[in-house]
Design a protein around this ligand. Structure first.
Ligand SMILES: Cc1cc2nc3c(=O)[nH]c(=O)nc-3n(C[C@H](O)[C@H](O)[C@H](O)COP(=O)(O)OP(=O)(O)OC[C@H]3O[C@@H](n4cnc5c(N)ncnc54)[C@H](O)[C@@H]3O)c2cc1C
Length: 449
């Protein structure tokens, strides 16, 4: 941080921020309010955007000329009902810390993203999904109420009965309706013990069948080789509740503060073709054999805690993640066409993850009924990789796919508009709650939200 300016009781510091995928960097003004009145202290016409853990793949909590408003200081637990499983918490609280607190008391949040430093506000604003969205829905499923601070207004309590329109717009609203100050969440009882069953699959179509058959598992996701030679080969991980006390699931995830928001990149890109081939071969040997073993809930919720080297391996060039949800009837054709595209263009795909969804999309949310593929690509700015990501988007749209807007920094406004049914209606809903368009970010600018 370089320059610090103090005006009208609020302070901003100039700082360099970058998206988790390293595709967007900007010099920004950052406000770190530490009391409620400072959440609404910015000048009337100042563009602004809330910032939680800052671990979004894209520039969603900064950029676009906005002052980023960090919710770091707002991480207190306001109420906990241990009998009925209800939690009211400030929006800056980290998901990993909440899971630690709750697991020790016999509860947990069934929907949590893979990074423990994501905040409650960030999870609402992205309407994140967890380890099995087909069973547990997305974050909004467990959200009862929230308090939103809009510019020059009193904070308002919003739920499905009182201002359902603002409630709907704020979930997957990317911070563009106002700053979420606190939220009340419903909790679930965690499985007492978990076993991880691994089912090897030869391709993505087979993975989709295995995912559908295991739709009720508390943990359900696939990992797949993205190389042309064995495209789609991999494993579906099925985490099942176990009656056997030897399989106790209660090892806690590490505290969010013990984990860096970012892993320092290696000075070179390890995920070149040779590196990816070697890694896929190792993972195939290590993971892709049928079997069953006990698993802790901490590992199930945050598997990427153990994959820091994986992210470092992208080097300074970073990565991009494209995530598309394709309806069941179109999925097999999509998977086959994708295999052809990869065979033709040979992009540097570092990882493909598959997940099952069974919900209904609302606004810009990433939800629906089908199978989602998250495809992580190394050196996405390189000509071949960029061309692949563009072709992937066209292929997904041709198969009625829906993109996850807050994951993919390569997505353009024209593509998002064609891919999301009701794009204009969702945009108009956001505008109703921020008619002056005071909230903005790199994501909002790029996609013309
Ligand atoms: C390793 C890794 C694994 C991930 N796994 C998953 C996953 O399994 N499922 C999934 O869905 N996502 C996943 N994500 C994405 C991530 O969980 C989301 O992008 C989430 O929004 C990040 O939360 P954050 O607090 O860091 O938000 P930030 O990055 O700070 O901000 C994200 C958005 O939320 C808004 N926001 C943040 N706080 C508030 C607030 N208080 N009020 C209003 N708006 C606010 C911001 O304005 C911005 O638009 C993963 C990301 C990483 C890096």
């Amino acid at each position: 941080m370089r320059k610090r300016t103090e005006m009208r009781g609020y302070a901003v510091a100039e700082t360099e921020l970058s998206s988790f995928d390293r595709q967007f960097h900007a010099r920004c003004a950052l406000q770190r309010p530490d009391r409620y009145r400072l959440l609404d202290a910015l000048p009337a016409d100042a563009p602004r955007i809330a910032r939680g853990g800052g671990v979004s793949y894209v520039g969603a909590s900064f950029g676009g000329g906005a002052i980023s408003q960090s919710l770091d200081a707002f991480d207190r637990l306001l109420a906990f009902d241990a009998e009925h499983g209800r939690l009211t918490v400030e929006a800056g609280a980290r998901i990993g810390d909440l899971q630690r607190f709750l697991l020790e008391r016999g509860w947990y949040l069934p929907v949590a993203p893979g990074h423990p430093r994501a905040s409650v506000g960030g999870c609402i604003a992205a309407d994140v999904h967890g380890k099995n969205p087909a069973r547990d829905g997305t974050f909004r499923t467990w959200l009862d109420a929230l308090v939103v601070q809009r510019p020059h207004a009193e904070p308002c309590v919003v739920d499905r009965e009182h201002d359902a329109d603002l409630f709907g717009a704020t979930c997957a609203g990317f911070g563009l309706t106002g700053t979420i100050v606190s939220a009340t969440l419903r909790l679930a009882r965690p499985p007492r013990a978990l076993v991880l069953r691994r089912v090897p699959v030869a391709n993505l179509a087979e993975a989709a069948r295995v995912l559908r058959e295991a739709a009720n598992a508390p943990v359900l996701y696939g990992w797949h080789d993205g190389g042309a030679a064995h495209f789609g080969r991999g494993v579906v991980n099925i985490g099942l509740a176990s009656g056997d006390d030897h399989d106790r699931a209660d090892a806690l995830p590490p505290a969010a503060a013990d984990l860096p928001a970012r892993v320092a990149p290696l000075p070179f890109t390890a995920w070149n073709r040779a590196g990816l081939t070697a890694a896929n071969r190792w993972l195939d040997w290590r993971w892709c054999r049928a079997g069953q073993a006990p698993m802790t809930l901490g590992d199930a919720l945050f598997p990427l805690n153990r994959a820091r080297l994986y992210f470092a391996g992208f080097g300074h060039a970073g990565m991009a993640e494209a995530q598309w949800l394709v309806p069941h009837p179109r999925f097999e054709a999509f998977a086959n066409a994708l295999a052809d595209l990869v065979a033709r263009t040979r992009p540097r795909i570092a990882l493909i993850a598959s997940k099952l969804f069974a919900g209904t999309a609302d606004g810009f949310s990433f939800d629906g009924n089908g199978v989602a593929l998250a495809i992580q690509v190394a050196t996405p700015a390189a000509h071949g990789e960029r061309a692949f990501l563009d072709a992937l988007a066209e292929l997904a749209i041709a198969h009625d796919g829906r993109p996850n807007l807050i994951k993919d920094s390569t997505l353009e406004a024209s593509v998002a508009r064609r891919a999301i049914d009701g794009f204009e209606a969702a945009r108009a809903r956001l505008a109703r709650h921020d008619p002056q368009r005071l909230h903005t970010s790199e994501l909002a600018r790029r996609l013309a939200l």
